[in-house]
Each structure stands twice: as C-alpha cells, then as structure tokens.
Design a protein around this ligand. Structure first.
Ligand code: HEC
Length: 347
C-alpha cells in the first residue's frame, strides 16, 4: 500500500501534536467516576449508562469531551435544565472529568443492551429428578382441571378441536370434489382462510381490550359454527372463499383466546405444562375429528358432514350454556391459586 506523502506527513504531525496535550491533562480517575455515577447518576442514566426513561439521554459511550462540556454548561447554568442544573452544581471540576471519563468508557447503548442480555441470569432447569414427558403432561392436566377458568378453556378447546378444526383438513376435498374447482380452487380457499386468520390475529388484541376476553371468546365460539354452516353450503368457489375467510378469522380468534387465557391464568412455574395440555388436546382431537369427518364425508357427502359437525357444535354450546351457565363467567374471575404440589400429587 502506498500512502501519499501529504497524508503521511499530516498524520505524523497530528500524532505529535496530540502527545503534549495528552501529557498535560491530569488523568481522570475512572474509579471515582464510577463511584459517583453509580450513587448519583444511575437512578436516571442507568448503572450502565443506558437511561431508564425516554426523556433522559443515554450517556454510555458518549464522547468524553462532549460530556464534560455539557456538565460545565449545566453547572454554570448556560444550559438550562432544572434537574441537571442542580446535580451539576454539586460536581467539582475533577468530578466532572471523572464521571465524563467513566461514562465515555462504557460500551454504547446497543452494545450495552447486548451485554445486559448476555449477563441475564435465567432460572435454571428444575433440579432433578426430571419428570418424564408423560408425567409433565399429567401435571399440566391436573393443574388445568383444578383451576376453574382453565377448566373452561379445556372444555371449549375440546369442542373446538373435535368439531370445528377438521374443516382445515377437509379444505382440499371441498375445493376438488365438492366445488370441482381444481388445484387453483384449493389455493384460493387456503389463501382466503389464511388472510382471515391474519386479519383476526392483528385485530384480536383491540377486540379483547374493547369487549373483554370472555365476550370475544363467546362471540367467536358461537359465530364459528354459523360461519361453518354457510361455508358448507356455499354454492360457488368465490362464495366459499368469502365464507372460509370468516371461518379462518373466527377459528384463530378462538384458538388465540384459548392460548392467551391459559397463559394468563397459569403461574409461570406450571405455564409450560398447562400450554402442553392445549397442544395435546389439539394434536389429538383434531386428527381424530378429521378422520371421522373424512370417513363420513365419503359416504354421506362433505357438505352434510361439515354442516352437521357445525350444528353439533352449536348444540353442544347451547347445552353447556344451559347446563353450566357459569362456565364463561369463570374467565372473568381472577385465576384461582392452586397449590401446585397438591394438584400434581393428585395424579
Ligand atoms: C433525576 C434524574 C437525573 C439524575 C440523577 C442525573 N441526571 Fe443527567 N440528565 C437528566 C435529564 C432529564 C437530562 C436531559 C436534560 C435536558 O433535556 O436538557 C440529563 C442530561 C445530562 C447530560 C447531558 C447529556 C446530553 O446528551 O446532552 C449529562 C452529561 C448528564 N445528564 C450527566 C449526569 C451525571 C454525570 C449525573 C450524576 C452526577 C446525572 N446526569 C444525574 C436527568 C438526571
């Protein structure tokens, strides 16, 4: 590499000029800076120089000369800020040099947060002996049955997985055999269902805030079978697509309501096992429902089967709401505190 002479000369000159300047300045005391920063400044600017609030600047990795200049301006009152004027007034010139050097020595905000993430201590795995997967699932079920709101979730999740969910497995035969729309028809229906699902997924939070979890879950559960009946009898590919858009939205509404209720109602130490209950229910009942509905569809026709399953779901919902009127309300009561050892010992 050839360095042009003027560049080289300027570099050497600049380096030479820097030596006396560095030699003149008294070396700031980083430890004293750290001590003051952690006792006084950390409350607002953070112990690692990354501030604790939006209105407070980060100081980590900021240029030392800039920090000193700001602190001198804040001390003299040339820069006005009620809080910092009072704080800087307490700092002697060497304190300013020390804290400025200390904050300048810290890694900047981006790096600082990486450091924080890296040093987070997560709770370790439970001390052994480790329960088997089956034992964990049993514990999850025991807990879910012991907490009334979770029991509600399990009941409706069962109904939904067995009777409603199989429409997903039967989308292709609906497009190919019932509507005679070919492979393109399958794509249209799958896409419409997916768009419905995404639409609901992004609006669900707002709906829950506005109407409460219980009302939203009740509404999607009652509307889902109605939409499924419409989907079952839709005469053309495009009416079918419109219906499955609504079905997809309501189905995701139900599923997400189940998972978010289950998450908010179970304490952290058992949450994973409670969530596995929902996965086991869906993973077990959805295929069973699909096989049964698929078999029936071969003999009595898919429209009848899809509509029939949806009507059955409506019937079950109606029976439950008469026989167990308090079921939905439980979702509004605060989660019951279930003694975990008692719940799991029961198994
Ligand atoms: C009670 C909260 C609080 C404490 C404690 C505090 N600061 Fe501040 N600091 C602020 C706020 C708020 C600002 C923003 C001021 C502004 O908007 O002009 C600020 C600004 C600064 C700035 C200017 C930053 C920039 O980007 O211009 C420096 C430097 C600073 N603080 C250093 C310190 C030091 C050193 C300490 C400890 C000796 C300290 N602060 C303690 C709240 C605090």
């Amino acid at each position: 590499m050839r360095i042009p002479f003027p560049t080289l000369a300027l570099t050497i000159l600049a380096a030479a000029a820097a030596i006396p300047a560095a030699a003149q300045a008294p070396a700031p005391n980083l430890e004293a800076g750290r001590a003051r920063a952690t006792t006084v400044c950390a409350a607002c600017h953070g112990a690692n120089g990354v501030s604790v609030a939006d209105a407070i600047p980060n100081l980590a990795g900021q240029k030392q000369a800039y920090l000193e200049a700001q602190l001198r301006a804040l001390k003299s009152g040339a820069r006005k800020n009620a809080v910092m004027n009072a704080i800087a007034a307490q700092l002697a010139p060497e304190d300013i040099a020390n804290v400025a050097a200390f904050f300048a020595s810290l890694p900047g905000a981006g790096v600082a947060s990486v450091v924080v993430v890296a040093t987070l201590t997560l709770p370790g795995p439970r001390p052994g002996p480790f329960p088997s997967i089956l034992a964990s699932i049993r514990e999850g079920f025991a807990y879910a049955f012991a907490e009334p709101g979770l029991r509600t979730v399990v009941v409706y999740m069962t109904v939904n997985s067995l009777l409603a969910a199989p429409f997903i497995a039967l989308v292709s035969p609906m497009a190919l055999q019932v509507l005679d729309a070919g492979g393109a028809g399958v794509s249209v229906l799958v896409t419409a269902q997916g768009i419905g699902a995404v639409t609901m997924a992004v609006s669900l939070g707002g709906l829950v805030r506005r109407y409460t979890q219980r009302r939203v879950l009740a509404a999607v559960l009652w509307l889902l079978p109605v939409a499924l009946v419409a989907y079952a009898w839709a005469p053309t590919l495009w009416t079918s697509a419109a219906c499955i858009f609504v079905v997809g939205a309501l189905y995701i509404g139900a599923l997400s309501s189940f998972t978010s209720s289950a998450q908010t109602r179970s304490p952290a130490e058992i949450r994973g096992r409670v969530m596995s209950v929902l996965n086991v229910l869906l993973g077990l009942l959805y295929p069973i429902g699909s096989i049964v509905q698929g078999r029936l569809a071969d003999s009595i026709g898919q429209r009848v089967v899809t509509a029939g399953a949806a009507m059955t779901m409506l019937g079950v919902l109606a029976v439950l709401s008469v026989a167990r009127p308090g079921l939905f309300r439980r979702l509004e009561t605060p989660a019951a505190r279930v003694e975990i050892s008692a719940a799991t010992a029961a198994t």
